[in-house]
Design a protein around this ligand. Structure first.
Ligand SMILES: [Zn+2]
Length: 300
């Protein structure tokens, strides 16, 4: 009907678990996790449109969580910007200055919607398809290649990017990102890192004379495309599986590293790009060496 309003979660990266109409163009939506217990990273992403352009208000409510991510808005699903602050209201503000307790219990957003969809998302959408487009675009350079090193639970490709300009280099960096789907800003830093290393500056050229770079930009492609808060399709936080390797995603990286080590590679540096709260670096205690390092790794 022409004056009805529609919500959709029918796209990669979407998460919207329920909608209730409260009257007076006010809606309450439910955002729930893929499984529990889970870290409080309440990812959401959905589309809304109507037959009769109007202003609506949407209350976002979460399962055992609070309003962590400020809404980003898009009219094409690609270009996002933060919602205008005048359209954002908090309900039941949090306490303190840091962490989930400081976040409001609910968020309420007011939007002018029309015939074409408006995307509302916790962060901008970087689905597996969009990430692969970026990987392919960078792989146009003659010294960059990408290939599959394994499959995810849902049979998505675990893609590795390789930067190798000189045949005899045996020192390498290992880069991973996006174990946790909502951490898009961490992914964007990794993207910028890879573009800088493969750039035309003297610094980058000199760097590539000595080091190769191996990167898995999307460690959790299933979680990303299914709009997960945190886990893979096995219901596991991949960043807690680097000891037991029960998951195909972590195993693919382990097996790749073993293979390269057997080829004589020395991995001199590893970086795992996340984004959380206010932290910038999560260094490993450099005074501890060898296998005991596992006791000192900061996890996020
Ligand atoms: Zn993380």
């Amino acid at each position: 009907m022409e004056d009805e309003t529609y919500f959709s979660n029918n796209f990669d990266g979407a998460r919207l678990n329920g909608v209730a109409y409260d009257g007076n163009d006010h809606y309450t939506i439910w955002i729930t996790a893929e499984n529990t217990p889970i870290n409080v990273s309440p990812w959401y992403s959905f589309k809304v449109w109507t037959g009769k352009p109007r202003e609506i208000t949407i209350k976002l409510s979460y399962q055992d969580s609070r309003s962590r991510y400020y809404p980003k808005i898009s009219l094409d699903g690609i270009h996002f910007k933060a919602l205008d602050s005048t359209a954002f209201k908090v309900i039941n503000p949090g306490e303190g200055e840091f962490g989930i307790k400081a976040a409001p219990e609910f968020a309420e957003i007011t939007l002018r919607i029309g015939n074409k969809p408006t995307w509302i998302s916790a962060q901008e959408l970087y689905t597996s398809k969009r990430v692969q487009e970026w990987v392919d675009s960078l792989s146009i350079k003659p010294f960059i290649s990408n290939y599959e090193i394994g499959k995810s639970h849902e049979n998505r490709s675990m893609q590795l990017m390789e930067i190798k300009e000189y045949p005899n280099t045996k020192k390498a960096l290992m880069i991973i990102s996006r174990q946790h789907p909502p951490e898009v800003t961490g992914f964007l830093v990794m993207k910028s890192f890879m573009e800088t290393i493969s750039g035309d500056t003297e610094q980058a050229k000199n760097f590539r004379k000595e080091y190769d770079v191996f990167a898995v930009p999307l460690m959790n492609p299933d979680g990303v495309d299914n709009g997960h808060w945190r886990h893979n399709m096995g219901g596991i936080d991949l960043n807690r599986d680097w000891e037991n390797f029960n998951q195909p995603e972590t195993r693919s990286v382990r097996d790749f590293l073993n293979k390269k080590s057997n080829e004589g590679y020395e991995f001199v540096f590893g970086a795992d790009f996340h984004s959380t709260w206010d932290d910038i670096y999560y260094p490993i205690d450099s005074t501890v060496i060898g296998r005991e390092r596992k006791n000192c790794i900061r996890l996020d």
